[in-house]
Design a protein around this ligand. Structure first.
Ligand SMILES: Cc1cc2nc3c(=O)[nH]c(=O)nc-3n(C[C@H](O)[C@H](O)[C@H](O)COP(=O)(O)OP(=O)(O)OC[C@H]3O[C@@H](n4cnc5c(N)ncnc54)[C@H](O)[C@@H]3O)c2cc1C
Length: 271
């Protein structure tokens, strides 16, 4: 839709060009959410693609995903053979119900900054132990794990004007085996639960990441693969029946049921 409150679009070539932040400014990534509803409080858009950041950078330490990396670019990524978790990229992206426009324009950073429970890029990057680099308008860059970046439904740790620069996925997490399950109330519906387990070669360092069923990512880490009873008990301990996210895409009891059901399937698959 047209945003008829916008009076200026800035196209900086460096984030340093935007030193002063004021109400009415908004970072513009793919624009798929910004242009999907009126933005009456916004008068100036600040274009992020004009910063020209490389979308994906492979190093021996892992993968750096620029916030402006488009979801379609991440889908096409082929990593080194030892990064066995790379097929999870496409699995998470395919679980994200998208139109042609969102598929080609939406960015990884835009999806993470929306901080919706069913944010598939949140599921992916938190499961792979991603760490966000944030650029405040005044102050030093800071790092926050993706799992802590999202604080609630459509809420996160970003301060006014703070920019999500990139997400680092460590090679250690990319090299783990994984299993993933996703379920929706309707066949092509938004995720009601998207759960990922990762584990080392010898069954060590099992990490279960629960998303979509809860307002923010919830992680359970075990030194080695737990038994079915230990896993269920750990979920009981971490999540009360009230802590599940209820919306039109599923009631809290439904999402709770899916969480236990999928968590056990994941544990059994990785055992
Ligand atoms: C019909 C429809 C269905 C949808 N279904 C889903 C769904 O099932 N699951 C889901 O997760 N999402 C869903 N979405 C929302 C989707 O997450 C967003 O449209 C998309 O991920 C936003 O990405 P973008 O790059 O287009 O961001 P934009 O629309 O450009 O920006 C989104 C917000 O993030 C801010 N922002 C963007 N990048 C940064 C950055 N680097 N640093 C700081 N702030 C930033 C913007 O200022 C804005 O507030 C849906 C949207 C629509 C319109």
């Amino acid at each position: 839709m047209n945003l008829n409150t916008i009076t200026e679009v800035k196209r900086p070539t460096s984030a340093q060009d935007i030193r002063q932040w004021r109400d009415g400014y908004a970072w513009l990534a793919g624009g798929t959410w910004l242009f999907s509803e009126p933005q009456v409080a916004v008068d100036t858009l600040i274009d992020l693609p004009s910063l020209g950041w490389a979308p994906l950078t492979v190093t021996s330490a892992g993968l750096d995903i620029a916030a402006t990396c488009r979801i379609v670019e991440l889908h096409e990524f082929k990593g080194p053979a030892e990064w066995r978790a790379v097929p999870l990229f496409a699995k998470c992206i395919d679980s994200f119900l998208m139109s042609f426009k969102i598929w080609n324009a939406a960015t990884v950073g835009g999806n993470v900054c929306m901080s919706l429970p069913a944010g598939a890029m949140i599921s992916l990057t938190s499961a792979l132990e991603g760490v966000c680099t944030l650029w405040p308008r005044d102050g030093q860059p800071r790092e926050v794990p993706v799992a802590d970046f999202v604080t609630d439904n459509h809420a996160n740790v970003l301060q006014k004007g703070e920019l999500l620069r990139s997400i680092h996925l460590p090679a250690s997490a990319l090299s783990k085996r994984f299993a993933m399950r996703q379920g929706s109330l309707t066949h092509f519906g938004r995720s009601a639960a998207l759960i990922v387990g990762t584990v080392g070669d010898k069954g060590e360092d099992f990490l279960l990441t629960i998303t979509a069923a809860t307002p923010k990512p919830v992680q359970l880490r075990f030194a080695k693969l737990p038994s079915a009873a230990e896993l269920a008990q750990a979920i009981d301990h971490k999540l009360s029946p009230e802590s599940y996210f209820a919306d039109v895409h599923g009631s809290a009891p439904y999402k709770r049921h899916l969480t236990y059901y999928y968590a056990e399937q994941i544990r059994a698959e990785l055992a």
